[in-house]
Write a protein that binds this ligand. Structure first.
Ligand code: SAH
Length: 443
């Protein structure tokens, strides 16, 4: 969605354009023919999505102008850090002070923060993360849509409710036409500018089908398309990029190889990581992360997961709690405490303060009702709304009782906007472009 703010193209240098938003400049990559300085555009995730007529842009900008600065002011107020000397332990304070001055914590320092068992200190950690989010990324919060196109899956991931092992769910597969229509509705009617298409590893779609699906959506509607179909192969990634996909949502799930192999019979962590690396080389935006609270997972493992996400040059950190699914091999496990998730999000922000989009996942919102607000106040700056048609949504049961499984898209949008407004956040995605992307992408 994003009710993206129209920007004015200030300068074009090859594929890189400088865009002006009320005097603030951002960069974006252009894939539109004939774009010129002075044109008005929508950009998303660092890409120019489409050009808009000047008159329309001016109208929208006049509505936005006041709100834009008002929201920034509210955010600034809410993210102020009380710098009074608190009686925190000295190592904890030192790590946070240095983070605030621009030195991100090392792995052992991050672990030290994670291990703090003091509620007041934890609250300060969340605030510090929120302060850094505001300092580097201002009040922009990206709001993507996710469309779950099929719950068929040929894999046996032991934690997952739609794994092949689970015989207790009904399966669905949207036809290409249904997907294109649902995507069109999200983009045209609801105003989403970025959509994730997700499914199990469904052999029912061939790569050519998926390419056709993406090409058709891209031909008809202006949007940034992310794929999340699992391991499609390196060649598959290349084809899907050529078809127009520009982001890959693929969690590595856990960086602990032993745990990975226990949970994913017949799969290799190295193959998954190879996909993520290849995707980055191809120019995809990388959205990755893992599950928190897996059996046998230690805090060191989680810190390693965060550093791995950074190493993979993730555009977005996607971390959520593992939620046990009755009837699956891990069904009897207890879910984690919500505070652990807040710590993960805030440490992610400290580790990657300047550019990262940190997502509040639906799993976290399923675990805790107030997760979205609390997460946004602890370093996160991104949410995903579920745009899967209601008749299928419940069946995409990766875990039980998912948040928003019955909410109309319109209702989710209204709730999101009202929460964002109350926190001084703007549903915009004024991205930063990585040099690497500019040069690695195919012409
Ligand atoms: N086939 C795609 C999408 C998988 S489902 C892929 O392989 O990337 C999307 C995500 O749901 C998974 O990456 C996993 O992290 C998450 N998930 C699966 N089961 C879950 C559970 N029980 N609790 C929380 N998250 C779960």
């Amino acid at each position: 969605m994003c009710y993206a703010i129209p920007g004015r193209v200030k300068e074009i240098e090859g594929r890189k354009v400088t865009v002006d938003y009320f005097g603030q400049e951002r960069n974006a990559l252009n894939e539109i023919y004939g774009l010129r300085a002075g044109d008005y555009i929508y950009a998303q995730g660092g890409y120019v999505i489409n050009k808009i007529p000047e008159k329309e842009a001016q109208e929208i900008l006049s509505v936005w102008k006041e709100t834009f600065f008002e929201l920034q002011e509210v955010d600034l107020k809410l993210s102020k850090l009380d710098l009074e000397a608190k009686k925190f332990d000295s190592r904890f304070s030192r790590i946070l002070d240095r983070a605030m001055e621009g030195t991100a914590p090392s792995a052992s320092e991050a672990l030290y923060l994670f291990n703090s068992a003091n509620r007041e200190q934890d609250q300060y950690l969340y605030k510090a993360a929120n302060f850094l989010r505001q300092k580097y990324l201002k009040n922009s919060c990206c709001v993507h849509g996710i469309l779950e196109i099929s719950n068929h899956c040929s894999l046996n991931c032991r934690y997952c409710g739609i794994s092949k092992l689970n015989r207790n769910i009904d399966r669905y597969r949207m036809s290409i036409q249904e997907v294109v229509e649902a995507a069109g509705l999200s983009i045209e009617k609801y105003g989403f500018k970025a959509l994730v298409l997700q499914s199990g590893e469904d052999p029912g779609y061939g790569i050519e089908d998926l390419c056709y699906m993406i090409r058709t959506i891209k031909d008809k509607y202006p949007a940034l398309i992310f794929i999340s179909f699992g391991e499609v192969g390196l060649e598959g990634l290349e084809k899907l990029y050529e078809a127009g996909a520009r982001g890959l949502l693929m969690r590595f799930e856990t960086s602990n190889q032993q745990i990975y192999e226990n949970l994913h019979p017949g799969q290799q962590l190295s193959t998954r990581l190879l996909h993520l690396k290849k995707a980055y080389e191809l120019g995809y935006l990388i959205l990755t992360g893992g599950l928190i609270g897996l059996p046998g997972q230690t805090r060191e493992d989680i810190i390693n997961d965060l550093f791995l996400t950074k190493e993979l040059k993730a555009e977005m950190y996607s971390f959520g709690p593992f939620l046990p699914v009755p009837g699956t091999p891990l069904g009897a496990k207890e879910p984690i405490d919500k505070d652990l998730m807040l710590k993960v999000l805030s440490i992610a922000r400290l580790i990657d303060p300047t550019e990262a989009k940190i997502l509040i996942t639906t799993a976290f919102e399923t675990l805790s009702k107030d997760a979205r607000r609390q997460g946004l106040m602890a370093g996160a700056n991104s949410v995903m709304l579920n745009v899967t048609p209601l008749k299928y949504r419940q069946q995409y049961a990766i875990y039980p009782d998912r948040a928003y499984q019955d909410e109309l898209i319109q209702v989710q949008i209204e709730d999101t906007l009202s929460l964002l407004r109350s926190l001084g956040r703007a549903p915009t995605d004024l991205g930063v472009v990585h040099e690497k992307q500019v040069f690695s992408q195919k012409k």
